[in-house]
Design a protein around this ligand. Structure first.
Ligand SMILES: Cc1cc2nc3c(=O)[nH]c(=O)nc-3n(C[C@H](O)[C@H](O)[C@H](O)COP(=O)(O)O)c2cc1C
Length: 171
């Protein structure tokens, strides 16, 4: 089985999650930013990562998702609380955009929001709904997110429990 990880990341949070995923997945695997993503045809599963912007997958990831066929695993970072409706809605939207693909699993967690961005968002009227959760995103993604990621990858059949210890949180 050969897997590809494609990620879109402006501030580095989603890249960090993608790199952790790369460590956790068994061989055979490739990783690339969305701007340099290879054609998905030669892979069994493509893991597509994005950050939330305006309640949706970021624009670069949206374009990539539209062209996905075959099996995909979605992952994301966001300011909104983990498991919140805002996060769920964005993952659903990603699935809708990837209408030609089959979603085999997903994972999302918070990703640190810069002080500057929080200030900008606080000055908006109305303030974005995720802003209240954003201070709690400090330090994420972290090792506890990486352990949850491991469980999501196992649930999707992308790794086995035996491979769980390959995650960087235990190395
Ligand atoms: C311009 C901008 C818009 C954002 N919009 C949202 C949003 O709609 N919902 C949300 O939960 N987080 C939002 N965030 C927070 C980011 O999604 C979050 O910090 C994410 O981890 C950034 O990922 P990155 O570091 O890979 O770019 C926004 C951040 C920025 C800079």
């Amino acid at each position: 089985m050969k897997n590809l990880i494609v990620y879109s990341s402006k501030g580095g949070n989603t890249k960090k999650l993608a790199e952790e995923m790369f460590k956790q997945l068994p061989e055979d695997k490739d990783i690339a930013p969305v701007s340099k993503a290879p054609a998905p045809d030669n892979y069994d599963v493509v893991c597509v990562g994005f950050w939330l912007k305006g309640g949706q997958p970021d624009p670069a990831a949206q374009e990539y998702l539209k062209n996905c066929t075959g099996k995909i695993f979605l992952f994301a970072t966001h300011g909104a609380a983990p498991g919140s409706n805002l996060a769920k809605m964005a993952l659903n939207k990603a699935g809708e955009l990837a209408a030609k693909a089959t979603v085999i699993g997903s994972f999302s967690c918070q990703g640190e929001v810069s002080e500057k961005m929080m200030e900008t968002a606080a000055n908006k009227d109305p303030q974005p709904p995720w802003l209240a959760d954003a201070p709690a995103a400090k330090g994420h993604p972290n090792t506890s997110d990486f352990m949850e990621l491991s469980d999501a990858l196992i649930a999707a059949g992308l790794k086995t429990k035996a491979e769980k210890s390959t995650g960087s949180m235990l190395s």
